[in-house]
Design a protein around this ligand. Sequence first.
Ligand code: SAM
Length: 344
Amino acid sequence: MKGILKQLYYNNFLPREEIIALLDNITEHMYPMLFEMAQSTVKRVYGNRIFIRGLMEFSNHCKNNCLYCGIRRNNKEVVRYRLSKTQILDSLKKAYNLGYKTFVLQSGEDLYYTDRLLVEIIKEIKSKFPNTALTLSIGERDFDEYEQFFNAGVDRFLLRHETATPSLYNMLHPNMNFENRKNCLYNLKKIRYQTGAGFIVGLPNENNEVLADNLLFLKELNPEMIGIGPLVPHPQTPLSHMKAGSIKKTLLLLALTRLFIPRALIPITSALNTLDERGIEKGIKAGCNVLMLNLSPKSVKTKYEIYKGKEARDMYEIAAIKKKINAIGYVVDMSRGDHIDWLK
Ligand code: SAM
């Protein structure tokens, strides 16, 4: 196993059979070595900086019915909300005054926000908050719309592929399909967004082949950002009976992803934070280098419940988080935190 790990560390690649063999046979006593490799890899690219983003969840309406997601269309118990342009701008202003330089606007797939309305919001954000980076995470749209948002000033787009096994993807996402998801991701890359993909650990029917295919898909897409989090079952979804995704397996996959794609920006996901109170420290030790804190107004914060007990770290917690991060030898970086290839 040590040999395979070293091969991955030096070549940033393993063929499928070797990834599966690694996942089948790796034991916990190898984790310290793997985590060391992941940390030395990320430090070579970004140093010991942890980039901070402000996350604004502006609508929990969704036209989709993803089997795992708490805000899926068929969950009638969700109290739905939408934020107006003014509400969004007000929250961003508070964050901007606290020093945040990257904003992530996320929502369910909510077509109330037309391309025209979004372009208006984007332009206003970019003119009111100069020198900030703006990320959208609003699901699947046409090439034309993605291009309009980019031209209006959006820098990055997050769209997890969720799983790269087409049959599993199609089973979990009624009326959606993996081919389309993949096309959206390649469209985003083509438009020159800093593009984010990523997957959930602990989905039904998951095995090491499924996980290996996720790593290979990421290697091929070469996204600038990669979000990986454990499944946190939501009681009002068809996956309520599932066990939560394993923290250890999530950390293992984060570290392997870091070795496959050294230059990626990899967040400590709120799903990891929700399941483990030391999620931040553990994520960083596995090679993560981004943390998103929540900017949503108090009135809606608990309503964006994609899973139960979602642990949304608040933007005002920054001082306490700084301490935590310093204590393990890393520093907080509030700058835009672009992908290294965008800094040239
Ligand atoms: N609608 C947008 C999209 O499709 O990209 C963004 C919002 S979506 C709610 C954000 C992410 O939440 C998804 O990509 C999914 O991976 C994650 N998610 C949803 N429900 C989850 C659950 N129960 N456990 C873990 N992650 C979950």
